[in-house]
Design a protein around this ligand. Structure first.
Ligand SMILES: [Zn+2]
Length: 131
């Protein structure tokens, strides 16, 4: 699977599961995420405010929101409105921190990231299986 030219790996998949378990709905229109029998999310997407090319905020919960396909596409097309919405929903302090972090260097280590997010899902959502 890919998003544009950006490859989606195991760490991205696990992090996306965690984000959608956290939010349980589109944070813009509040449509509900659907879950399968294992409790895994099967609808909606993990939207990055600062895009996946920025390794330092790629796995930062404050940089990410569950969105439905429609709202995700709308924010991608309307980045100024996306930033406005980020500031309205999270506050300037959080958005400024995310922006600052997004420009810092972070060593890419997807193995460690995958191990971390698998463990986070296990701890935070112990009833969910099959990931
Ligand atoms: Zn939506």
């Amino acid at each position: 699977m890919s998003w544009g030219k950006i490859k989606i790996d195991k760490a991205d998949k696990l992090f996306s599961i965690w984000i959608r378990l956290r939010d349980r709905e589109c944070r813009r229109c509040h449509s509900k995420v659907r879950f399968n029998a294992n409790g895994l999310p099967v609808s909606h997407q993990n939207s990055h405010f600062k895009g996946r090319r920025k390794e330092s905020t790629r796995f930062m919960p404050e940089n990410c929101d569950t969105l439905c396909t429609g709202c995700h596409g709308w924010f991608t097309e309307n980045p100024i409105q996306h930033e406005k919405w980020q500031r309205e929903t999270k506050g300037d302090k959080v958005v400024d921190q995310v922006t600052y972090w997004s420009n810092l260097y972070k060593k890419k280590d997807r193995e460690a990231e995958a191990i971390y997010w698998r463990e986070r899902i296990k701890q935070d959502y112990p009833d969910v299986t099959g990931y």
